[in-house]
Design a protein around this ligand. Sequence first.
Ligand code: CP3
Length: 341
Amino acid sequence: MTLAPFLRALGGERIDPPPVWLMRQAGRYLPEYRAVRAEAGGFLDLVLDPPRAAEVTLQPLRRYDLDAAILFSDILIVPWALGHGLRFAEGEGPVLPPLDEAGLAQLSLAQAEGRWAPVIETVARLSARLPSSVPLIGFAGSPLTVAAYMIDGRGGAFARTRQLIAASDRLLDQVLDVLVEASIGYLLAQVAAGARAIQLFESHGALADAASLSRLVIEPTRAIVAAIRKAHPAVRIIGFPRGGGAWLAAYAAGTGVDAVGIDTATPMEEACRVLPQGIAVQGNLDPELLVAGGAELDAAVRTLRTAAGRRPHIFNLGHGITPQTPPAHVARLVDVLRRPT
Ligand code: CP3
């Protein structure tokens, strides 16, 4: 059996044209997603409903010739499973109770496994249905990113998290320890159920400053990568340190990931220049170009392919697909990418 192109690229092979998947490839820009989401009720109801979560994971693969599927879930399922409250307010995003000492003491690793079980069932269903040429990506948020939502209670400027970082407050280190342990258990369960690769979303890693980067971003991520590798040496791991353009090389070397997701703010040439040898790059088309479409999109797809130069490259966006994206533009992207140049 030949290994899927996506896994070969993660293993360090340069493939032309590059394998492609897109962050948020399942989501509100697809009418069939909106229909299933409406049937399920809320976003969390959908995530915790294995047949429907598997269905929306597969929807983009029916439309487009993509090289990987990503589990339909959310990074905030881990705090939810630990017993921290979570709701998704319509048009507002996630809302959580701001974490304090009492809230920290109530987080329960023991109950988490039972609470995230529906997500693991979704992974098992998908693994049974996907062809080996289209591997399933499991994921978790990296600890600092998830902690920031728990501490501030919502997305935005994360003022309280910044204060705790500036004050070297113990609460932050304690919650990071809990999240490292929970994320390891959660990801190992996804791999056991059939996920072939893992992505760690560090969407708010830029909250760390130079003095705390190692303690808050690199070390927790390294611990997760090491634990997964020890149990499953063949599983490939992608780190996505959004906003981490200034410390990509330190992140790659310090965490031990196989590939680094590049955000929209970092030029691909620069990422390729600074990253250690052998590390694959993933990214980084601007999602706004996908909204706009047209000749500009075509040109950007070709330019990005060239920019990744000699690195093993997985074509992706620099951040998730936005709800305003016309589905036909995604088809166009895949088509232009596959066309011989
Ligand atoms: O990429 C995929 O297709 C897989 C599924 C996935 C979702 N969220 C589905 C989702 C993944 C990998 C995530 C990761 C995630 N979730 C991140 C990291 C990536 C990033 O965006 O930086 C973060 C920070 C979250 C937390 C989160 N979840 C926010 C801030 C929001 C609200 C923003 C929004 O787009 O509404 C969500 C909700 C969410 N997660 C939706 C989807 C499809 C929209 C929910 C809906 O249907 O209303």
